[in-house]
Design a protein around this ligand. Structure first.
Ligand SMILES: *[C@@H]1O[C@H](CO)[C@@H](O)[C@H](O)[C@H]1NC(C)=O
Ligand SMILES: *[C@@H]1O[C@H](CO)[C@@H](O)[C@H](O)[C@H]1NC(C)=O
Ligand SMILES: *[C@@H]1O[C@H](CO)[C@@H](O)[C@H](O)[C@H]1NC(C)=O
Ligand SMILES: *[C@@H]1O[C@H](CO)[C@@H](O)[C@H](O)[C@H]1NC(C)=O
Ligand SMILES: *[C@@H]1O[C@H](CO)[C@@H](O)[C@H](O)[C@H]1NC(C)=O
Ligand SMILES: *[C@@H]1O[C@H](CO)[C@@H](O)[C@H](O)[C@H]1NC(C)=O
Ligand SMILES: *[C@@H]1O[C@H](CO)[C@@H](O)[C@H](O)[C@H]1NC(C)=O
Ligand SMILES: *[C@@H]1O[C@H](CO)[C@@H](O)[C@H](O)[C@H]1NC(C)=O
Ligand SMILES: *[C@@H]1O[C@H](CO)[C@@H](O)[C@H](O)[C@H]1NC(C)=O
Ligand SMILES: *[C@@H]1O[C@H](CO)[C@@H](O)[C@H](O)[C@H]1NC(C)=O
Ligand SMILES: *[C@@H]1O[C@H](CO)[C@@H](O)[C@H](O)[C@H]1NC(C)=O
Ligand SMILES: *[C@@H]1O[C@H](CO)[C@@H](O)[C@H](O)[C@H]1NC(C)=O
Length: 779
């Protein structure tokens, strides 16, 4: 027994080693004699390998592997990683170097691309590397190619028209490079092409009519380029097309009704172009379509009722156009619809009851239209997760709590309607709510204690209503809360120190209410409002003095900041958190909140006493507004620590003494307002002060110097006691000049953002979500 088992155990390793030996012997000694790999191809491949460095993995790859590293000159190149030879002829037939960390420039004289070497190549895949250079026009000689992908590199230049000679090509992918120029007419020769992807480049010109002859095409992706002109009617001939994406270009004109013949089309994306006119009702013939986006164009007229025939449609976006009329009743037949977005049009009528038939609907946005009247119960839409009715004219004097009967509801935006009466108590049933916006309505009474189950709530806005009473203490249960905005109500309460433990609260806006009492406090928890970065308690009745350690606890505003990436609060939400802030003396609406923005606004209260020196600790502060209080004493020189400060308003107080000259060194400042105080002495040197309006300093006892017209002659002697000041001025103006656009950079970013709301940035984001959604449902 014992012996037998010993035997059987030992024979296995012995046999294995023997086999391995045979295998090794064959590999080493017999392989070269079989001459599997053509020497000229081997040498060309080795030369190719040596021309490129191994760089960083491409961010487009899930896994990258430097395939050429395995290419060594003592083995058969037909077995090298990424290479396939024909079994009989031993010719190279496939070269797949995707995700191989290749870095370098392709030159047209590269021996590998010599037609002799690649005569029989059918597949050439260099995608997802860091390759640059132009496409060698000799590629047109690789006449056996059926698959060519250079996608996701840094290739530039024009597509050589010689590619039109690759008559066997079925797939051409040049996406995500920096190609320029027009699509060569010759691509119309590629009659076997099934897939053409030129997306995310800088191509210009129109779609050549010749593409309409590529009758095998199933996928045509031209998105994210600078294409112009109209869609050629001939595209309607591409009867096998399943995927057509022309989004994010400058296409104009009407949609040709011939597109209605694309009976296999599943995805049609025309968003973010300049299309005009009415939608042809023939789109109702796209009987296989699952995803249709026409957003961000200039379409007019009514939504064709024929779209109600598209029974496979899961995703329909018509947002940001000029559609008028009602949602067609036929939409009640879109039984697979999961996403309907018609925001920012001129649609009207009462809430389209036909949508209540859409049992699979999960995202519905009707915002920025003229829908009016009462809301129905949404109980028949069990999957409804996001409902945005913002900026319409819905009214309801009843408890409009019907809405909240859907337990799945995650995002609800009823902002800027005409809702009247109390805040519905039934909200507490929506335990999954993440964002709730009831702002800009006529809601009255107290905000009820409905937040005990609110642990998912991330953002709550009830601003601009007529709410009274105290803040509901149940808000302290909202452990996920990041944004709380109750501005412009008549809430009569003391400062909500009891929210101090909310670990995620970033934005607290109590602006314009009847909050009152002292801001003195004894933190009960070690980390007091640990994430708070925007606090606006302006225009209330807070009184008393600020404790000297008032600014010590603002951890998020005082710790070192990582400014390497731009992020917005609530990026993961469909809902966009917005904010109005007094900035540079004017009210500014931020349509999204950059997470780098920090602000303390306690203006318009009855605070007295000195400004605490601890203000110097909030090093990341960008907006500081202490105006319209009763602050006395000197301006603390610790303010000079706030190197990021862009807007500083100390006006309408009783501050006295001189403005600390070192404030002139704050090159980030773009607006300072010191008017109506009791300040004296010279206005600090430095571009940021000298370029302000004189009105920023008016109404003081004895300020002098630029930009005021009062010269500092009288006190000049006093100033010469500070010998460093001349030198200082030189340094300051040099710094200011060298970073000419630095002042107001964070504020500027946001302003820029508002001005370009029609630009891709946030839109791409939404379409990205849509894409993600589509990909998810596709697979
Ligand atoms: C590869 O090795 C062969 C002989 O083993 C030699 O003739 C050839 O030049 C080598 N190629 C390169 C590129 O080093
Ligand atoms: C390869 O292509 C170039 C440029 O398109 C052309 O001039 C040349 O004649 C071609 N060579 C062969 C062998 O086909
Ligand atoms: C390709 O197309 C061009 C122009 O469209 C034409 O002149 C040329 O003859 C075609 N070449 C081949 C090989 O079909
Ligand atoms: C194109 O792709 C690059 C790289 O992924 C990306 O940074 C860029 O935003 C894209 N272009 C547009 C207009 O989306
Ligand atoms: C292609 O489309 C055009 C314009 O719509 C049409 O005139 C032509 O007959 C079509 N060609 C084929 C082969 O279907
Ligand atoms: C498509 O919709 C229109 C208008 O709603 C209707 O008249 C037509 O019969 C529908 N066609 C099909 C094939 O269902
Ligand atoms: C909802 O669908 C039913 C049949 O499924 C239909 O009878 C009814 O008219 C539809 N309602 C609306 C408002 O479209
Ligand atoms: C609500 O709106 C409808 C339609 O605009 C209107 O007829 C009705 O009078 C309004 N009700 C209230 C209470 O304002
Ligand atoms: C919290 O939700 C549960 C059901 O999920 C409910 O029974 C309970 O009454 C709610 N609590 C409060 C205080 O609303
Ligand atoms: C706030 O409420 C108190 C009573 O709780 C009342 O005395 C006071 O007048 C109210 N303040 C304002 C501004 O209405
Ligand atoms: C602050 O205002 C309250 C009334 O809201 C008053 O009772 C209190 O005396 C005031 N405190 C100071 C320091 O003025
Ligand atoms: C800042 O963030 C970037 C990206 O998240 C990270 O790579 C970098 O290391 C961070 N820098 C610091 C100083 O934390």
């Amino acid at each position: 027994m014992q012996k037998r088992s010993w035997n059987s155990m030992s024979t296995i390793p012995i046999t294995l080693s023997f086999l391995l030996f045979i295998f090794y012997f064959q590999k080493v000694f017999s392989a070269p004699s079989r001459h599997l790999c053509r020497p000229e191809q081997r040498d060309a491949l080795l030369e190719f390998k040596n021309k490129f460095e191994i760089g960083n993995p491409s961010s487009f790859c899930i896994t990258s592997h430097p395939k050429t590293e395995s290419w060594v000159n003592n083995s058969d190149c037909c077995y090298w990683d990424g290479i396939t030879c024909d079994a009989k002829s031993r010719e190279l037939v496939s070269l797949d170097l995707s995700c191989s960390c290749l870095h370098g420039r392709i030159h047209s004289n590269n021996k590998l691309f010599n037609v002799q070497n690649l005569r029989f190549l059918t597949t050439l895949d260099l995608s997802c590397n860091d390759l640059s250079g132009w496409i060698p026009s000799s590629f047109g000689n690789l006449s056996s190619l059926t698959y060519l992908s250079l996608a996701r590199n840094n290739f530039a230049g024009e597509i050589p028209s010689s590619l039109g000679s690759l008559l066997h090509l079925t797939s051409l992918d040049l996406s995500f490079n920096i190609f320029i120029g027009e699509i060569p007419f010759s691509l119309g020769n590629l009659s076997h092409l099934t897939s053409l992807d030129l997306s995310n480049n800088s191509f210009v010109g129109g779609i050549p009519i010749s593409l309409g002859t590529l009758s095998h095409l199933t996928s045509l992706n031209l998105y994210d380029n600078n294409f112009v002109g109209e869609i050629p009617r001939s595209l309607g001939n591409l009867s096998h097309l399943t995927d057509l994406d022309l989004s994010c270009n400058n296409f104009v004109g009407k949609i040709p009704s011939s597109l209605g013949s694309l009976s296999h089309l599943a995805f049609l994306y025309l968003y973010y172009n300049s299309f005009v006119g009415e939608i042809p009702s023939s789109l109702g013939d796209l009987s296989h379509i699952t995803s249709l986006s026409l957003s961000f164009n200039y379409f007019v007229g009514e939504i064709p009722s024929s779209l109600g025939n598209l029974s496979h449609l899961r995703d329909l976006s018509l947002a940001h156009n000029n559609f008028v009329g009602e949602i067609p009743p036929s939409f009640g037949s879109l039984s697979n619809l999961a996403l309907l977005d018609v925001k920012s049009n001129k649609l009207s009528g009462s809430f389209p009851l036909t949508l209540l038939n859409l049992t699979k609907l999960s995202i519905l946005s009707l915002s920025n239209n003229q829908f009016a009247g009462m809301l129905p119960s949404f109980v028949t839409i069990p999957l409804l997760d996001t409902l945005s009715l913002e900026n319409n004219q819905h009214n309801d004097t009843r408890e409009f709590g019907n809405i909240f009967s859907s337990p799945k509801l995650v995002e609800l935006d009823l902002c800027n309607n005409n809702f009247i009466g109390p805040v519905p108590i039934s909200i507490f049933k929506s335990v999954n709510l993440v964002t709730l916006d009831l702002g800009d309505n006529h809601l009255s009474g107290e905000l009820p204690e409905i937040f005990f189950n609110g642990s998912n709530l991330r953002s709550l806005n009830v601003g601009h209503n007529q709410l009274v009473g105290k803040l509901p203490r149940s808000l302290a249960s909202c452990s996920s809360l990041e944004v709380l905005n109750v501005e412009h109500n008549r809430i009569n309460d003391t400062f909500p120190f009891w929210l101090e433990s909310l670990q995620k609260l970033q934005v607290l806006v109590l602006h314009s209410n009847e909050f009152h009492g002292s801001l003195q406090y004894n933190p009960k928890v070690a980390s007091w409002f640990p994430q708070l970065r925007i606090i606006d308690i302006s225009y209330n009745s807070f009184n008393g003095t600020l404790p000297s350690d008032f600014f010590i606890y603002w951890r998020a505003i005082s710790s070192e900041e990582n400014r390497s990436e731009l992020k917005y609060i609530g990026e993961q939400s469909y809902y966009k958190d917005s904010l109005v802030l007094m900035n540079k003396g004017v009210e500014m609406k931020y349509t999204r909140i950059l997470s780098l923005l920090t602000a303390i606004d306690i203006s318009g209260n009855r605070l007295q006493g000195p400004i605490p020196k601890s203000i110097g600790l909030v090093k990341n502060l960008i907006v500081l507004n202490l105006s319209r209080n009763g602050f006395i004493g000197n301006i603390p020189s610790s303010l000079t620590n706030l190197k990021e400060l862009e807007s500083l308003d100390l006006s309408h107080n009783k501050l006295s003494g001189k403005i600390p000259p070192a404030l002139g060194a704050l090159t980030s400042l773009s607006k300072v307002i010191f008017s109506h105080n009791q300040l004296v002495g010279p206005i600090p040197h430095g571009t940021q002060f000298q370029t302000q309006d004189a009105s920023s300093f008016e109404g003081n006892l004895g300020l002098c110097g630029r930009p005021l017209s009062i010269s500092c002659g009288d006190i000049h002697t006093e100033q010469t006691q500070e010998p460093e000041s001349d030198e200082e001025e030189g340094v300051f103006s040099w710094t200011a000049a060298s970073i000419a656009f630095a002042p107001g950079v964070i504020i500027g970013l946001i302003i820029g953002h508002i001005m370009v709301t029609k630009k891709p940035q946030w839109f791409i984001k939404i379409s990205g979500v849509t894409r993600f959604y589509i990909n998810a449902t596709r697979g």
